[in-house]
Design a protein around this ligand. Structure first.
Ligand SMILES: C[S@@+](CC[C@H](N)C(=O)[O-])C[C@H]1O[C@@H](n2cnc3c(N)ncnc32)[C@H](O)[C@@H]1O
Length: 380
């Protein structure tokens, strides 16, 4: 049995309770990593009381919780991260604690004395953030980024040097490393995102904000489900669960012109990309609804006839099937009797067992050497 993760984070004789979100009783992963620890050891004692701090990509709010006594602004693309951060700040500092949260596409219009960046996995997301960061800097701003060594590459340093200024890295500690950048290139420049490609076979123009899943090209799992798209009679409501740029839902909008379409994702960039794609492809109208939140928490029970799902197999940097399983459980609740959940996934993930246990049935609708499309029907 794997060990339950510790929840007390300590630094300079103080300690804070930090939990991941959604909270799980026997959680085996901590809500912070060695890169958070190294960053906080470097900066926590140096930030003066009146200085302003911008925090980017703080996974579960460890940085915001430890630095909550300062004037902190916090930017993240993820609904889950924001929930975790709010919960951890409140638990440690009480309900009155203020947290200035912004989403990844609308940044505050002020400059900061300190900018603390947990490096995102995606190079595109970092590029977009560094373009936006320029207008939040003054010449004395201190910029410190941190990451596990495996996620801090030569091209990361080059990107900082190109967009922000001279940069260098620290020695590694517990496999984490810091990057320090000088605020030199302060002339504002527009981010090159969202970027665009065409899917002529489906008459769809696809626009992707930087942080969206499979931002550069069509994902091969998504492509497989588009090729073998469900044909179901009497579809009044169709859901694209974990919609990313919304391609599955938009294809459904083309093929089921009478149906209502609902798009759900926890990534702000995903929802914004899906909305943009609906507009750009003239599919945007009152039968489409976009929901930014955790899985199907905000969906109406017994309301959907068809749910399309290409589930995530990781949360932030850790591989995990718990979100996929949460999506399957909530799909069962959200489908009406006779409704179907269609899941495309890597064969080796073995989701047929979870669907069988939940729905009492499942079928392989299509498969190839890498992927499987599973369908499960709600019979009661
Ligand atoms: C594998 S991608 C699929 C994206 C899109 N459907 C496609 O096929 O290109 C999984 C999506 O699930 C979203 N996601 C992850 N966790 C989620 C959660 N708890 N609630 C809703 N969406 C989530 C991710 O942001 C991502 O867009």
């Amino acid at each position: 049995m794997p060990q339950v993760a510790e929840t007390q984070f300590s630094l300079h004789d103080k300690s804070w309770s930090l939990k991941r979100f959604p909270f799980r009783k026997h959680e085996t992963l901590r809500a912070w990593d060695a890169a958070d620890e190294l960053l906080l050891q470097e900066v926590a004692g140096s930030i003066k009381q009146n200085e302003t701090v911008l925090i980017l990509n703080d996974g579960f709010g460890a940085l915001a919780t430890v630095l909550a006594d300062h004037n902190v602004h916090w930017i993240n693309d993820s609904f889950i991260s924001e929930q975790a951060c709010r919960q951890n700040v409140q638990e440690n500092h009480g309900v009155e604690a203020t947290l200035n949260c912004h989403n990844s596409l609308s940044w505050p219009d002020i400059t900061f004395d300190w900018v603390l960046i947990k490096l995102p996995k995606s190079h595109a997301q970092l590029e977009d953030q560094l373009y936006r960061l320029k207008s939040c800097l003054h010449s004395e701003s201190k910029i410190v980024a941190s990451a596990m060594t495996k996620n801090l590459h030569r091209q990361t340093i080059k990107l900082f040097e190109k967009l922000i200024g001279e940069s260098h890295t620290s020695l590694a500690k517990k496999k984490a490393r810091l990057l320090f950048a000088k605020a030199e290139h302060l002339t504002p420049a527009a981010s090159p995102y969202p970027k665009h490609y065409s899917l002529s076979e489906y008459q769809l123009d696809v626009f992707n904000h930087a942080a969206v899943f499979s931002q550069q090209k069509l994902d091969i799992g998504t492509a497989f489900l588009l090729e073998h798209f469900p044909e179901k009679e009497d579809c009044e409501t169709i859901i694209d669960l974990g919609c990313g740029n919304g391609l599955l839902g938009l294809r459904a909008a083309q093929l089921y012109p009478e149906a209502k379409l609902e798009f759900y994702d926890e990534s702000h960039s995903a929802i914004a990309s899906a909305q943009l794609n609906a507009e750009k492809n003239q599919l945007s109208n009152e039968r489409l609804r976009f929901v930014h939140g955790d899985c199907l928490e905000q969906a109406t029970p017994n309301s959907a006839d068809l749910i399309l799902n290409n589930p995530p197999f990781h949360q932030q940097h850790s591989i995990s099937s718990h979100i996929a399983k949460q999506m399957f459980r909530q799909s069962w609740k959200t489908l009406r009797k006779g409704g179907e959940l269609w899941v495309v996934a890597n064969r080796h993930l073995g989701y047929h067992k979870d669907l069988q246990a939940l729905f009492g049935n499942q079928k392989v609708a299509h498969s190839n050497s890498k992927f499987v499309i599973l369908k499960a029907r709600k019979n009661r």
